[in-house]
Ligand binder design. Structure first.
Ligand code: SAH
Length: 257
């Protein structure tokens, strides 16, 4: 056997080995597809549903509808990682969903609507009362400089904080407590979103809102329908209020102490 033939065989064997390694590596990548690559199609479809719904519900949003920046934030936020049900089609359906302990994550359209109505800008500090899964806080975090969010149920606060930490939402702080009193150390706030229903906006929240800022919350009794309400602070002691849509949220609860 000439040295040349030996070389050719070795080359063939080497080529086969490289080919096998490439195939194995591609299979491994497909199996361990990073979570980032999951549900992309369903998430895009959800955004299209929201866009279409917003057009048909123009009265709640006024002429301008949903802004591209809000739709982009919805496209960037991986809802399937905030809900117990991680199936893509269920996680991205435009429906509210139970998150345990009697609480629910809002319908994506309502999350987009509330985000639009508070008019978040990139330099804003935003307060959310009712962290729940952490999803609304994450959507806000794509648009604001800082998001402070308060949750009254310890298990939910803990899980949401972990989810947000794991997903590197470094501009979100989660606090356990009764959000009625707001979070003065985190404020004052350019925008406030309350995601649980109460008869009136809590005065401490209006106090911690900057002049020119907006508070959006469901006003009315819990579990039935409420008016999604926008409160705008137009002067230190003056607000305007408008109701924009009928919604259904879980009740705002108060701590016992
Ligand atoms: N925004 C959430 C869903 C909110 S459900 C999300 O994106 O998943 C409403 C949440 O408000 C519940 O988790 C409930 O425990 C919480 N909540 C009710 N009363 C509260 C209060 N006084 N302070 C803080 N959180 C409260």
């Amino acid at each position: 056997m000439s040295p040349f033939l030996l070389g050719e065989r070795t080359m063939k064997a080497l080529l086969l080995l490289v080919f096998a390694m490439v195939v194995m590596a591609r299979e491994a990548t497909a199996q361990d597809a990073p979570k980032d690559a999951q549900c992309v199609r369903e998430r895009a479809a959800m955004v299209e549903t929201i866009r279409a719904y917003a057009r048909s519900a123009a009265s709640a949003l006024g002429q301008q509808g949903l802004s591209e920046s809000v739709l982009e934030a919805m496209e960037q936020t991986k809802r399937h990682l905030f809900v117990p049900e991680q199936s893509c089609s269920i996680a991205y359906a435009d429906r509210p969903m139970p998150i345990g302990l009697g609480q629910t994550i809002s319908q994506p359209y309502i999350v987009a609507l509330m985000t639009q109505l508070v008019e978040v800008a990139p330099d804003h500090v935003v307060l959310e009362v009712g962290t729940g899964s952490g999803y609304q806080a994450a959507v806000l975090a794509h648009l604001a400089r800082k998001v402070c969010t308060i949750e009254i149920i310890p298990q939910l606060a803990e899980t949401a904080a972990k989810t947000l930490r794991d997903l590197a939402y470094d501009n979100v702080s989660v606090k356990l407590g009764d959000g009625y009193d707001g979070w003065p150390e985190c404020g004052p706030f350019d925008a406030i979103v309350v995601t649980a229903a109460l008869g009136q906006p809590p005065p401490p929240l209006i106090e911690q809102l900057k002049v020119g800022g907006r508070l959006v919350m469901p006003v009315g009794p819990g579990y039935t329908t409420q008016q999604l309400t926008v409160v705008e602070k137009i002067a230190p002691d003056k607000t305007t209020t408008r109701a924009v849509a009928l919604v259904r949220f879980v009740p705002f609860t108060r701590s016992q102490n």
